[in-house]
Write a protein that binds this ligand. Sequence first.
Ligand code: MG
Length: 349
Amino acid sequence: MAAIESVTAEVLSNEALVNVIVRVTDTDGAEGVGEAWWGIPDRDSPGRSASPIVAVVRDLLAPKLIGREADHIERLWFELWDWGYRYADQGIFQMGLSGVDLALWDLKGRRLDTSVASLLGGPTVDGIPAYASFPPLREKDVLLSETGRAIEAGFTAVKLHELDPELTALLRNEFGRDLKLMVDVNGHFDPIEAIEHGRRLSDLGVVWFEEPVRPMRDHRALTRIGLAVDCDLAAGENEHTLDDFDRLLRTGAITYLQPEITKIGGLTAAKRVGALAELYNVALCPHNFRLGPALYASVQWAFTSPASRWLEIPWVPPGLAFSFPVDLPTMADGLVLAPTGPGLGLPSP
Ligand SMILES: [Mg+2]
């Protein structure tokens, strides 16, 4: 047994895509590495929008954790969640808590020299289908070349963040039906536009239409859109609590549930959201657009839930990079393979 000695958070912004990295050390000198949500992208000052989340870890969570038993993850999670409830149960407090929770799980796995998936009961399958998730690319030639590159790397599915359905049609025509397509519009449309866009995507045979409407958590609008279009809907990256996910799933509009492990409170919360996905019998597809501990935690989580269907693998064009230096998880035949450890299984940089 060892006590928590330090808890730190820092924004890595040496590349265009920032990471918020949380580190926890214990009195035996072991370290766990986690990640909190990274804030809304800010081109002018890449790290600025993440600073409130760093402050949550540094000023609110760290003082409550120092000296406590590092192994008591559930106990610490509930104490912090209950205390932080005064700041609200959605938003930056839970984002900071996510980073701390992931670091504690990583620390525990490293101490025991085993993977987090094995601590949670072991992998339910040998491999999970993965899709290459592109940032908004907008240009036809870039979209074609990035899709070609992803296919060459072994992906059988790609996710676009494009608002023009003709770009989805372009990939469908160019690569045929063997390539699975997901489309994410990050809540860009009003309900009328979303239905129009969704009908076009239905014709193109997409796997899912993600966050079709603004505000993204307008569950009534999601219900209307779900009834009006033939394609399946995906959502959940902007939900926070178990109750939020329950409300979203009660609409019946969602086929693919996409919790973001860096927003909901880390793995301790994710276990419960995974059970809810089983209860509602929807496909669990952890949402994440960072290469780093968040991706590796999402992989560990996905492998412990029988509801898991897809893993999102961030895929960016040459010249654009994440600030945390780490390789992609091991893949074969379009599947991410069951993770080994220790902890979250981050390969050494
Ligand atoms: Mg998304």
